[in-house]
Design a protein around this ligand. Structure first.
Ligand SMILES: Nc1nc2c(c(=O)[nH]1)N[C@H]1C(S)=C(S)[C@@H](COP(=O)(O)OP(=O)(O)OC[C@H]3O[C@@H](n4cnc5c(=O)[nH]c(N)nc54)[C@H](O)[C@@H]3O)O[C@H]1N2
Ligand SMILES: Nc1nc2c(c(=O)[nH]1)N[C@H]1C(S)=C(S)[C@@H](COP(=O)(O)OP(=O)(O)OC[C@H]3O[C@@H](n4cnc5c(=O)[nH]c(N)nc54)[C@H](O)[C@@H]3O)O[C@H]1N2
Ligand SMILES: [Mo]
Length: 687
C-alpha cells in the first residue's frame, strides 16, 4: 500500500491509501491514520480505478478533423502538437498582440504545482489574465471584510461543542469528513442544526433543519443578532476587546426582529427566536459555513453577516466554538514563487508598460463572443477545467467555443464537453501519475503526493507541457528549468517564517504534516487581521467600496422581490452539487452516472400539482437564457416556490444534450466578482 492525496476541488483533500499491482491501480481507501480523513473517503474516489482507466481517457495528442463539437480527431505526435501551438500563437501575437491569448483554468487539481504550472508562461507571454472567481471569490471577499483572512476555528474543534450549525453546507455530499466530526460532536453531546433551502442528506441527520428561502440567510442572521442583543446573550468582554462597531450594530438591528425576518426567510418568528436563544446559550457553538450559500446576488454580504455572529457570543475565543468558512489563508507559503507575476509586462519599473487585461472567468462566453473586444480572443488554452459544462450563461460559452476562427487547445485527462470543441486535445496525467504539493480549504494539513502509477499512453503533466511550450516559445525558460523539488522547497521556505518545521524531507517521510499552528486554533480569539485589528462589525472598507458598512440584507436581483421577472418565472432554482460527481468531474464514469441516476429537478407537491406534473415525468426547466430537460422528483424535501437541480452532468450525457448551466446567469454577485448560480428564476412544464 502507498500513500496518495485526493487532488479534487474539495475541502477534504483526503489522504489516500492506494494499492497498485503490476502498474495498475487496484484499490483506493481513506488513510485511517490521517487525523482529518480518518479512513473515510467518498464513493467517487473509492471508484478511482475506473477513472484512471476510463475509456474516455485521452492517451495521445489529437488534432480535430471534423466540425467543432463533433469529436472527430486524429492522433498526432507531441512534437507536432507543440510546433502547431507555437506557430499559431506566434502568428496571433504578431497580428493581434499577446492579449488575444486567453488561458482558462481552475481547480481540476488542487495541487499547487499543477494548478499554477501555466501562470509563468502566460505572464511571460503577456497573455490576458484570468480572474479565477467561479468558486470562493465572493464568499472570501465577505469573510475577509469582516475578519481579515480566510481562516477560522479548526473544524476538528467542533467535537466538544454544545451546538454545531451546518450553514449552507451539504457536507454529506461535498466534504464527507465533516460528517465524521459531526457524528463525534453529537456523541459528545452537541445538538446539530442545518440551515439549507432543501432537506439534504446533511439536514436529514440534524436535530433541526431550518428550511431557509434561498438568499435570505442574511436576514435570518440579523434577526439572531437582534435577539442576542435584546436579551443580552453576549460576551461583553470579547466585544470590548476584539470587535469594532458594536454600538452601531446594536442600533442597526433594533428593528430587525424575528417577526421582520420571518416572512423574508420563510421561517416562523418563534423558530428564529428559539434558534437565536439556542445559539446564544453560550460560546461553545461551532458554525461550519458552506461556500454554497455565497452563490447568490447577496452572497458576499451573507458571509460577512455570518462572520459577525461568533463575535457577539465570544465563540471565536472558545476552544470548541467559533466558525469556519475556509482554512485557505492558514497556509502561509508564498504563491509568488509558483505564479511569477514578476514575469508579466508592467512588472519591470525600468520598462514601463501596461499590465495585460484581466478577464473574469465567469464571463468566458462574453469574452469569446463580444464583437467589440480589442483585441478579440483568438486563442484559448484550457486546463484543469471544463468550462463547456461548469460556466454560467452556458449557451454563450458554447457559441464562443464553436467559433471556427478560435484556436482552442484543451489539455485534459478525459474527453470532456470542452475537449470536444478543441483544435488540439493534449493528454494529461492524473494526480497519482505526477508529483504535487497539496494544501486544503477545510483542514490544516500539508501533503506531498508522489506518483504511484505510470502515466498511460503519452499523458504528460501540466508542468511538463508548459515547460515544453516555454522552451519552444523562448520565454520563462529559467523558471521551467527548475526541478520540482527545488520549486516546492522555495515555495515552502518563502512563506515559512512561521512554519520552519515543514520541509520537503519531512513531507517525504510523513506524507502529511499539520501546519505549525496552536491547538486549539482560535485565530480571532483577541481580534482579527483587519485594518482595525478587530472583527469589523462595522466596515470602513466596505463603505469605501460602495457597500453598506453594517451587515445588511439585500433582496436578490433575481428572486421573488423582482416582481416583473418572478411574474414570468415564479420558481427559485438552486443548482448545488450532487453526490457522485465533483463539479462536472466523474460525469465521465458510467458507473457513477448509473449510481446518480438521471438529471433531476426536485419540486414541491404544490408546484407539481399546479403544473400537472407527476413524480417521474420528463419536464423542461426554462427561463430567458435557456431550456433543459430533467426528470421531476416531487418531494417535500423542498418548499413551494423553490426547486433544486443537483450536479453538473456533461451535456453529452444529459437528455436533450443541454445541462443545468444553460439556465444560470453570468452576472456578478455583490462582492469579489463571483457568480450568483443559485439566484436563478425558472419555470417548469411537462416536456
Ligand atoms: N459530491 C461533490 N462534492 C463536492 C463538489 C461537487 O460538485 N460534488 N464540489 C466541490 C466544490 S468545487 C466546492 S466549492 C465545495 C462546495 O461545497 P459546499 O460548501 O457544501 O457548497 P455547495 O455544495 O455549493 O452548497 C451547499 C449547500 O448550500 C445550499 N444553499 C444554496 N443556497 C443557499 C442559501 O441561500 N442559503 C443556505 N443556507 N444554503 C444554501 C445548497 O442547497 C447546498 O445544500 O464542494 C466540493 N465538493
Ligand atoms: N450549476 C452549477 N455550476 C457550477 C457549480 C455549481 O454548484 N452549480 N459550482 C461551481 C464551482 S464551485 C466550481 S469550483 C466550478 C468548477 O469547475 P471546473 O474547475 O471546471 O471543475 P470540473 O468540472 O471538475 O473540471 C475540472 C477538469 O480538470 C481536469 N483535470 C484534473 N486534473 C488535471 C490536471 O492535472 N491537468 C489537466 N490538464 N486537467 C486536469 C479534469 O479532468 C476535469 O475535466 O464549477 C462551478 N459551476
Ligand atoms: Mo468550487
Amino acid at each position: 500500500m502507498m500513500l496518495s492525496v485526493c487532488p479534487h476541488d474539495c475541502p477534504s483533500a483526503c489522504s489516500l491509501d492506494v494499492t497498485v499491482e503490476a502498474g495498475r491501480l487496484v484499490s483506493v481507501t481513506g488513510n485511517p491514520a490521517h487525523p482529518f480523513t480518518q479512513g473515510v473517503i467518498c464513493g467517487k474516489v473509492r471508484a478511482y480505478a475506473e477513472r484512471v482507466a476510463s475509456p474516455l481517457r485521452v492517451l495521445h495528442p489529437l488534432r480535430r478533423v471534423g466540425p467543432k463539437g463533433s469529436g472527430a480527431y486524429e492522433r498526432i505526435s507531441w512534437e507536432e502538437a507543440v510546433a502547431t501551438i507555437t506557430r499559431r500563437w506566434r502568428e496571433i501575437i504578431r497580428v493581434h498582440g499577446a492579449e488575444a491569448i486567453l488561458p482558462f483554468s481552475f481547480a481540476g487539481t488542487m495541487g499547487r504545482i499543477q494548478y499554477f504550472a501555466g501562470h509563468p508562461l502566460f505572464h511571460a507571454l503577456g497573455a490576458s489574465r484570468l480572474d479565477r472567481t467561479i468558486c470562493v471569490a465572493t464568499a472570501y471577499a465577505g469573510w475577509r471584510a469582516t475578519v481579515g483572512r480566510a481562516v477560522g476555528n479548526d473544524s476538528e474543534q467542533m467535537v466538544g461543542a454544545d451546538l454545531v450549525v451546518l450553514w449552507g453546507i451539504n457536507a454529506a455530499y461535498s466534504t464527507i469528513n465533516v460528517m465524521t466530526l459531526v457524528k463525534q460532536a453529537r456523541a459528545a453531546g452537541a445538538d446539530v442544526v442545518t440551515i439549507d433551502p432543501y432537506r439534504t442528506p446533511t439536514a436529514e441527520v440534524a436535530d433541526e433543519h431550518l428550511m431557509v428561502r434561498p438568499g435570505t440567510d442574511g436576514a435570518l442572521a440579523l434577526a439572531v443578532m437582534h435577539v442576542l442583543i435584546a436579551e443580552g446573550r453576549l460576551d461583553r468582554d470579547y466585544i470590548e476587546r476584539a470587535t469594532l462597531g458594536f454600538d452601531r450594530l446594536a442600533e442597526h438591528v433594533k428593528p430587525l426582529s424575528p417577526e421582520w425576518a420571518a416572512p423574508i426567510a420563510g421561517i416562523p418568528a418563534e423558530t428564529i427566536a428559539r434558534f437565536a436563544r439556542r445559539y446564544g446559550a453560550g460560546p461553545r457553538a461551532f458554525i461550519r459555513i458552506g461556500i454554497g450559500l455565497s452563490r447568490h446576488d447577496n452572497g458576499g454580504m451573507t458571509c460577512r453577516t455570518l462572520a459577525c455572529l461568533p463575535a457577539l457570543t465570544g465563540a471565536y475565543a472558545d476552544p470548541h466554538g467559533g466558525a469556519l468558512l475556509s482554512s485557505s489563508d492558514a497556509f502561509p507559503f508564498d504563491t509568488r514563487v509558483l505564479e511569477r507575476r514578476d514575469l508579466m509586462p508592467g512588472s519591470d519599473r525600468n520598462r514601463p508598460s501596461p499590465r495585460p487585461r484581466t478577464v473574469n472567468m465567469i464571463h468566458l462566453g462574453r469574452a469569446l463572443t463580444d464583437p467589440g473586444l480589442r483585441p478579440p480572443v483568438q486563442a484559448l488554452y484550457v486546463y484543469n477545467a471544463n468550462p463547456a459544462a461548469v460556466c454560467p450563461n452556458q449557451t454563450l460559452v458554447l457559441e464562443g467555443l464553436a467559433r471556427e476562427d478560435l484556436f482552442t487547445v484543451v489539455h485534459e485527462q478525459v474527453m470532456t464537453d470542452t475537449a470536444m470543441y478543441a483544435d488540439l486535445v493534449l493528454p494529461a496525467t492524473m494526480a497519482m501519475e505526477h508529483l504535487d504539493l497539496y494544501t486544503s480549504y477545510g483542514h490544516h494539513h500539508v501533503q506531498l503526493g508522489r506518483p504511484v502509477l505510470p502515466p498511460p499512453g503519452e499523458a504528460r503533466s501540466n508542468w511538463d507541457v508548459f515547460a515544453d511550450l516555454a522552451r519552444a516559445l523562448g520565454v520563462a525558460e529559467p523558471h521551467y528549468a527548475r526541478s520540482l523539488r527545488e520549486l516546492v522547497e522555495e515555495h515552502l521556505a518563502t512563506g515559512t517564517a512561521a512554519q520552519p518545521s515543514i520541509t520537503w524531507e519531512r513531507l517525504e517521510r510523513e506524507g502529511s504534516v499539520r501546519l505549525d499552528l496552536p491547538a486549539p486554533y482560535m485565530p480571532f480569539a483577541n481580534g482579527a487581521p483587519t485594518p482595525s485589528g478587530k472583527v469589523e462589525l462595522y466596515s470602513e472598507s466596505l463603505l469605501r467600496a460602495g457597500l453598506p458598512a453594517l451587515p445588511t440584507w439585500m433582496p436578490l436581483r433575481e428572486g421573488p422581490d423582482n416582481v416583473e421577472l418572478a411574474g414570468r418565472y415564479p420558481l427559485q432554482c438552486i443548482v448545488p452539487p450532487n453526490r457522485f460527481f465533483l463539479n462536472s468531474s466523474f460525469s465521465d464514469s458510467a458507473r457513477l452516472r448509473r449510481r446518480q441516476g438521471t438529471p433531476t429537478v426536485l419540486l414541491a407537491p404544490h408546484d407539481a400539482r399546479a403544473r400537472g406534473i407527476a413524480d417521474g415525468d420528463v419536464v423542461d426547466v426554462f427561463n430567458d437564457r435557456g431550456r433543459a430537460q430533467f426528470t421531476a422528483r416531487v418531494t417535500d424535501a423542498t418548499r413551494p416556490g423553490v426547486v433544486v437541480i443537483e450536479g453538473i452532468w456533461w451535456h453529452r450525457f444529459h437528455p436533450g444534450g443541454r445541462g443545468v448551466n444553460v439556465l444560470t446567469d453570468d452576472r456578478v454577485a455583490d462582492m469579489g466578482g463571483g457568480p450568483a448560480f443559485h439566484s436563478n428564476l425558472v419555470d417548469i412544464t411537462r416536456a
